[in-house]
Write a protein that binds this ligand. Structure first.
Ligand code: FAD
Ligand code: SIN
Length: 525
């Protein structure tokens, strides 16, 4: 079946939905999303959304904090674009119905997180992402120009390759004509033809066995661009959040927001000792990469499986008021955080790299935009400043909407794309193989390409991954499409890119820390 649309949006988190709402004023929009509409990283976001709101905060300081955290690898133009446009995008979210907490005087109550000079994080209790997603879903569902296909999985981008041409990395003007999309309920593949295609497919957390990301975060958009010969960059910069709840067997790992450390919580080893001042003058509120490495190091020294986060010294009522969701979650497993310390471990959390885009969200492939966590705008550099990603998604969705609306009238649909070829494939009866390969991939990445890396570890990871890659490709060629098989294939491509980019970087910087290139002491701080 062929479907035609003006704007094809793949993904229904903050990036995809903000974009859809804007371009829907100008043409037909089709949103495809592989799960229920709200199953997104966005829905899980806790701490909040960063924006300069009141003095003494100002744009210069937010820019400075972002650049410092990014360890010299940020793109200044991207940083300025996000920081300076943030207040307008916040106003828009509020206009659409998002509610951020206010104090008794009616002023927004701003939180603080690691690496921020000032309190500048707008939030809705400790479930900010859920509030934003709720608001946007309500708006898109009401819009008559927007059609939503849940449980539809984008498999591959359509390019000249599907017209029988040889497409290589250096082919000029690779162009996107839409995507093949698998209807997960009917097991049919649709050819979706679009004038403009937008990848807003989120993160990659599931390459590791401990992650805060929901199961939809399998790097599909980035892998699709890689296969379509587009440019992907900075994949070595995977952010591990220092404090996910230690609760073995639970996936995703439940996050204990950094806002709790902003509120005064302190990290301690199991014998009760504060340890972060050994690693950084900001102690428990140091930038995330340093805190995650500090915890990793303490766990290696002690041989223990977790450290503690301690908030028991703060006013109990205030803590429960600010973190009701975290309080309830901990209570549900027998931890009363007003009395007990919380066991925490680092978990894979955010991908700073992704599809390379310009200031309008344009990728290297014509008529293809990438937004949100799937993209690499240059904002985060080698390490993302907390709560900068929701705002990045909103700002770039706006820029991409403006840009795509300005070019769409000159774009024709490409109607010569052939239907999906089902020939020669059998139903995969190899589910056990897929599951086993998935686990092996997570093991390889967690053991050898985690918080601390080395040349030997990367080389070993590459060799092990090659075996799984070959097996998965063989399976893919002989099987009908299934979501699990496609995701496995995408995750292997992402793992390959991380290993490749990490191997190419001959230094320790930000989130990429290699034992072979120890940073100079002053660079660590
Ligand atoms: P997502 O919200 O992840 O949406 C991706 C969408 O793409 C989903 O709908 C998914 O189903 C769909 N999709 C993926 N692949 C396919 C496919 N092949 N076909 C069809 N659909 C597909 N950031 C902050 O700024 N502040 C915070 O406080 C914060 N807290 C966080 C807490 C947690 C626990 C987590 C996990 C992240 C947090 N982040 C936070 C990061 C932030 O939430 C994400 O970076 C951001 O929400 C990403 O938005 P997105 O729209 O790019 O992707
Ligand atoms: C958190 O609440 O700690 C997450 C913030 C973020 O990832 O930006």
């Amino acid at each position: 079946m062929n479907i035609e649309t003006d704007y094809l949006v793949i993904g229904s988190g903050i990036a995809g939905l903000c974009y859809a709402l804007k371009v829907a004023e100008h043409g037909r929009v089709l949103i495809v999303t592989k799960g229920d509409i709200s199953e997104t990283n966005t829905d899980y976001a806790q701490g909040g959304i960063a924006s300069v709101t009141y003095e003494p905060d100002d744009f210069e300081t937010h820019i400075h904090d972002t650049l410092v955290c990014g360890a010299g690898q940020c793109d200044l133009a991207a940083v300025e674009q996000v920081v300076k446009n943030a207040p307008a995008r916040i106003k828009e979210l509020i206009g659409w119905g998002a509610k951020f907490d206010k104090d008794k005087k009616g002023r927004y109550e701003l939180a603080r997180e690691g690496g921020h000079t000032y309190h500048r994080i707008l939030h809705h209790k400790d479930i900010t992402g859920h509030e934003i997603e709720r608001t946007l879903v309500r708006q898109v569902k009401r819009h008559r120009n927007i059609e939503i296909l849940e449980h539809h999985f984008a498999v591959d981008l359509l390019t000249q390759h599907h017209l029988g041409q040889l497409v290589k990395k250096n082919t000029p003007d690779i162009t996107c004509f839409g995507a093949y999309v698998l209807n997960l309920k009917k097991h049919e593949v649709y050819t979706v033809l679009a004038k403009v295609t937008v990848l807003a497919t989120g993160g990659v957390g599931n390459i590791y066995h401990t992650t805060t990301n929901p199961s939809v975060a399998t790097g599909d958009g980035i892998a699709m661009v890689h296969r379509a010969k587009g440019v992907v960059k900075n994949m070595e910069f995977i952010q591990f959040h220092p404090t996910s709840l230690y609760h073995p067997g639970e996936r995703p790992s439940f996050l204990i927001s950094e806002a709790m450390r902003g509120f005064g919580a302190v990290l301690r080893t199991q014998d009760g000792k504060e340890f972060m001042h050994k690693y950084h003058p900001m102690g428990s509120l140091a930038p995330r990469d340093i805190v995650a490495r500090g915890i990793d190091n303490e766990l290696k020294i002690s041989g223990e499986e977790y450290v503690y986060l301690d908030i028991t010294h703060k006013n109990h009522r205030d803590v429960i008021d600010h973190f009701p969701n975290i309080y309830e979650k901990c209570l549900s497993i027998g931890i009363d955080l007003t009395k007990d310390m919380i066991p925490v471990v680092p978990a894979a959390h955010y991908c700073c790299g992704g599809v390379a885009v310009d200031l309008n969200g344009c990728s290297s492939i014509r008529h293809l935009y990438a937004l949100g966590e799937t993209s690499c705008t240059g904002l985060h550099g080698a390490n993302r400043l907390a709560s900068n990603s929701l705002i990045e998604a909103a700002v770039y969705a706006h820029a991409a909407a403006e840009h795509s609306m300005s070019i769409i009238d000159s774009i024709e649909l490409q109607k010569d794309i052939p239907a999906w070829d089902y020939e020669g494939t059998t139903i995969p009866d190899e589910m056990a193989l897929i599951t086993q390969n998935y686990k092996e991939m997570q093991q390889i990445m967690s053991n050898y390409v985690g918080i601390v890396r080395s040349n030997v570890r990367l080389e070993r990871a590459k060799r092990r991954l090659e075996i799984i890659y070959k097996e998965a490709e063989e399976l893919y060629l002989k099987s009908t499409l299934s979501q699990h098989l496609c995701e496995l294939r995408n995750l292997i491509a992402i793992s390959y890119l991380i290993i490749k980019h990490a191997t190419a970087r001959k230094e320790s910087v930000g989130l990429h820390y290699s034992l072979d290139y120890p940073p100079l002491k002053h660079e660590e701080k």
